[in-house]
Design a protein around this ligand. Structure first.
Ligand SMILES: [Zn+2]
Length: 203
C-alpha cells in the first residue's frame, strides 16, 4: 500500500493539482495563493511539489490530505481519486488482496481434504469396518504396502460418516461441499462417497 501511495504521489504535481481550483502564483520551486482553508486577502498558502503549508492557519499536508479535506473523502477514496488522476491502477493491490483471500480458502480446503483422507485411511485399516474393502483389494492383488504407499482409503457403507467426522473437527458444511465431499438434500448432508475405495490424487 505504501508503495502504491508513493507511486501515485510521485506522478502528481501538487501545484498543478491544487492549481486546478486555487489560483497559484509560481515562485521558483513553489507556488503561493490564497489559502482554501481560511479566509485571507494576502497569500500565505505555499505549495511545494510534495506538500503544502499555510502560514496563516497552519494547514499542512500532501495530495491525499488535500483531497480528503477539500472533497471530504475518506482516505481510500482519496487515494482512488488520485490514482485515477495519476493513471495508476489500484487493481494490482486489490487483486493481491483477493488472491490472499482465495489462498486462505484454498489452504482451508486442503485441510478438509487431508482430514478426509486420514479418515478414509483409518477406515480401511479398521478391523471390522474395513474388512470387506481389504478383502476386495486382495482380489485385485494390491499389497498392503502399496495401498499404504498410495494412501488408499475406504468410504464407509454409511450415509453421513465422513460428514459427522468432519463436523466434529470443526469444518463447516460449506467447506465440505466446496471439496465435493458431501451433498445436501432435504435439509440433510450426505457423504458423496459411500462404500467406495478412495484413491487420493496428490498432484
Ligand atoms: Zn490557511
Amino acid at each position: 500500500m505504501q508503495d502504491i501511495k508513493q507511486q501515485i504521489l510521485s506522478r502528481l504535481s501538487l501545484p498543478a493539482l491544487i492549481g486546478e481550483t486555487v489560483p497559484l502564483q509560481k515562485r521558483g520551486n513553489f507556488a503561493t495563493g490564497l489559502c482554501p482553508f481560511h479566509e485571507e486577502s494576502t497569500p500565505s498558502f505555499y505549495v511545494y511539489e510534495d506538500h503544502y503549508h499555510c502560514y496563516g492557519c497552519g494547514a499542512h499536508g500532501d495530495a491525499i490530505s488535500y483531497v480528503r479535506q477539500v472533497q471530504g473523502l475518506p482516505f481510500m477514496d482519496s487515494l482512488r481519486w488520485l490514482a485515477d488522476k495519476a493513471g495508476v491502477s489500484l487493481a494490482s493491490s486489490e487483486e493481491e488482496k483477493k488472491y490472499a483471500q482465495e489462498w486462505k480458502k484454498k489452504a482451508r480446503e486442503n485441510q478438509v481434504l487431508l482430514a478426509a483422507k486420514a479418515f478414509f485411511s483409518a477406515n480401511l485399516q479398521d478391523k471390522p469396518k474395513g474388512q470387506s474393502a481389504r478383502a476386495y483389494l486382495e482380489t485385485r492383488q494390491l499389497s498392503q504396502a502399496l495401498t499404504e504407499d498410495l494412501g488408499v482409503g475406504y468410504a464407509l457403507h454409511a450415509t453421513d460418516a465422513l460428514f459427522q467426522h468432519l463436523k466434529g473437527l470443526g469444518f463447516s458444511v460449506a467447506e465440505m461441499e466446496a471439496c465435493s465431499l458431501i451433498n445436501q438434500g432435504r435439509g440433510q448432508a450426505y457423504d458423496f462417497f459411500q462404500n467406495r475405495l478412495i484413491l487420493p490424487i496428490r498432484d
